[in-house]
Design a protein around this ligand. Sequence first.
Ligand SMILES: [Fe+2]
Length: 241
Amino acid sequence: MPGLREQHRIDLAVVNAENAQRSGPQIRTGFGLTTEVAERLLESGIDVITGGNHSWDGEIAEVEKVLAHPKVLRPFNMPDGVPGSGVLQLSVSGSDFTVVNLMSKSAVAEPTPLFFRWLTEPQHVAPVWPAWQSIDRSGAVIVDFHGLSIFEKQSFAHAVDGTAAAVLGTHTHEPTLPLHLLPGGTADQPYFCATSVSYCLEVAQEIHFQAALWSDTPCGMPSDQDQSHPEDVVLSTGANA
Ligand SMILES: [Fe+2]
């Protein structure tokens, strides 16, 4: 990070790290972030860490600990009682920034998501727009919009065009390619991925994502010993038919 910051003259480094640490046996509920990893990222030169549907993966005590860190965000538009915060205002190199983490309900596949553990009555992710309007924003506003729907993220970017510096879409694990500026000056990037076009295959083999297409059973986490290949998979309609 220090080299990248210098090379690209980066003032503010925001990273979505919701899948930074394997925290459970199932990919849908065990792919979160720990305090140890968060501190390593921050020490390396990251200014703000954002999250998403995996922000509450892991043991309750560890989740509460990492989300209590002032530089670790989770989606803002969550019900009262869910740990963590979703907005951070900070000053970097003499400029003010507001980093906002939002999440669409489309990013939450689980019928009983893990953030329900902190709620007495199940309440789902709140609508994005009223949440956005309630935020006290100052300086350059950077939005991490975590969602499955590209259309939704594009719509949001157009809706805030000229009032946000950038809307960066996360969650879909697609390569970071089509960055462009909207007419009002907001940078729109619906697919914001961590490192490279092969990110998905580095983290989880495609078989684990393909499994979800033909089964309601959450797919398991990849292991070092798992040498399965898509051609080895037998499509089955029996178990869930
Ligand atoms: Fe996600």
